[in-house]
Design a protein around this ligand. Structure first.
Ligand code: HEM
Length: 461
């Protein structure tokens, strides 16, 4: 049953239009729909209620078995240990202006270097085919995440430009981009594989079926020994360095940093899907591109989050009920799984005006892209700068003429082939811009803040 549900949910995630219609029909029939031990929270109110009662709708049994590097917050239920770990990591990664700015700079620098490397490797060719995931998004973000955490490879400069060789681009070879890139290229590609496979498995609603469990165990072992060796060498001004200063043990750092990196794989998919969704809407794409050309990153962000509302990374989030309880008016048995259908909630007309319209200026309370309650995304602030930056770079640098359907590896997107032209007019994005972002307030109901252009993009106080 679990495996069948898994397959259906994987398929449904790739076809959000279908899923949205099915969930919408269910919501109109009943905001909380019960099928024996599987219960769907479909309205915005029901999803909020479930997020707000973490003692009744718990994470542990859902996520703990998937955390192959060992326990961390995502698999812990409300407890002193949870609060302490969350507070520590949130202070370093989630609510830390220095970390956010550093990440923004790393993403911008890498995106620019990558764009230049692609341009020079193409030697004046005008139209090219590119796999946006493997050739642009993954190497930029993997490299930035590694450096933020403190994971340097032998030649950090090479990380900027290294990645897989694209078969469609004969002139584009690792040796041309960086003469000694081979080792670094392999390292970045290896880290990307861990993030793609293990990170992708978080998003699946059941532990991986069909032998993937063993594959995941093996990959986790590799990643663990890589991290164990890296912890003592990491730079002081990095997340690992900060954790070492706070006297976290190597074992804790490996679990926490590894867990954050795997969760960070969501950045790859968010960037890819935002570009895919915008490419499918020419009018919105062109408007977003204009904002990107003018360096208006907050405006681009509005388009990104609205694109992801139509195609969220986590359209359904699972919780487990350890004891009998109620959700709305529905009685739920002990041992039930509750599916929080965030996709359906983001199209609930009781909360969202004209939900079928694409509106990049919606109030933030509409969005549930980063979850809710105490497990709300730890690094939403990082994502809110990185994803719009990547999308803005792509929109400014390239004119996408045709795109293929993205190819999935489990829940992860691992290939998105596009045919594109360089845009000479495209803006070279500045890594030192300021961001209209403040960290989300945790454990509090979100209030309407007016038309802000994206989740939690509130004005600076
Ligand atoms: C666009 C990118 C991202 C999206 C859409 C996203 C979304 C989410 C969501 C929906 C949850 C809650 C899951 C649940 O309640 O079951 C979550 C939790 C989490 N995210 Fe993110 N995330 C993103 C990027 C990141 C990044 C870059 C990091 C770390 C560098 C990160 C670290 C975490 C962690 C550690 C948790 C668990 C928090 C806890 O359990 O207290 N995420 N994320």
């Amino acid at each position: 049953m679990g495996a069948i549900f898994e397959l259906l949910s994987l398929e449904a995630q790739r076809r959000p239009f279908l899923l949205r219609n099915v969930l919408g029909t269910m919501r109109r029939w009943a905001p909380v729909s019960k099928f024996g031990k599987i219960v769907f929270a479909l309205s915005a109110a029901a999803v909020d209620e479930a997020y707000g009662r973490p003692q009744d709708f718990v994470n542990g049994p859902v996520y703990a078995p998937k955390l192959k590097l060992g326990p961390m917050i995502l698999g812990l239920d409300p407890s002193v240990a949870y609060t302490a770990q969350r507070r520590l990591l949130y202070g370093i990664v989630g609510d830390n202006q220095a970390t956010t700015s550093r990440f923004a700079v790393l993403v911008c620098e890498r995106a620019r270097a990558r764009q230049e490397a692609i341009e020079s490797a193409c030697e004046g060719k005008d139209v090219l085919r590119l796999d946006l995931v493997t050739d642009f998004i993954e190497p930029v973000l993997t490299g930035a995440l590694c450096q933020l955490m403190g994971l340097e490879f032998d030649d950090a400069a090479d990380l900027l430009t290294s990645a897989s060789v694209t078969p469609q681009l004969p002139a584009y070879s690792a040796s041309r981009i960086a003469p000694n890139a081979r080792d670094v290229e392999t390292s970045v590609a290896t880290v990307t594989q861990w993030l793609r496979k293990l990170g992708g498995s978080f998003a699946a609603s059941w532990p991986a079926p069909f032998g993937l469990e063993e594959v995941n165990e093996a990959l986790a072992k590799e990643m663990k020994s890589f991290l164990e060796a890296a912890v003592p060498k990491a730079r002081g001004d990095s997340v690992i360095g900060e954790l070492r200063d706070r006297r976290a043990s190597t074992d804790e750092i490996v679990r926490w940093v590894g867990g954050m990196m795997l969760a960070g794989a969501a950045l790859f998919k968010a960037s890819t899907i935002a570009i895919q969704e915008l490419s499918a809407r020419p009018a919105e794409h062109d408007l977003a591109q204009k904002h990107a050309d003018q360096g208006e990153i907050d405006a681009v962000a509005g388009f990104v989050w609205e694109a992801l509302r139509f195609h969220p990374l986590f359209p359904m989030v699972a919780r487990y009920c350890p004891r009998p309880t109620r959700l709305g008016a529905v009685q739920i048995d002990a041992d039930a799984t509750v599916v929080l259908a965030t996709l359906s909630a983001m199209f609930d007309p009781a909360r969202v005006q004209n939900p079928e319209d694409f509106d990049p200026l919606r109030p933030e309370r509409v969005y549930l892209l980063f979850g809710g309650g105490p497990h709300r995304c730890l690094a939403e602030t990082l994502a809110r700068v990185a994803v719009p930056e990547i999308v803005a770079h792509v929109l400014s640098a390239f004119q996408i003429e045709k795109s293929e359907v993205p190819v999935y590896d489990g829940t992860a997107v691992h290939q998105y082939e596009v045919r594109l032209k360089f845009r000479p007019a495209g803006v070279r994005h500045d890594a030192n811009r300021t961001y209209n972002t403040v960290p989300p307030v945790l454990d509090e109901p979100r209030e309407e803040t007016g038309r802000t252009g994206g989740p939690s993009s509130r004005a600076h106080a």
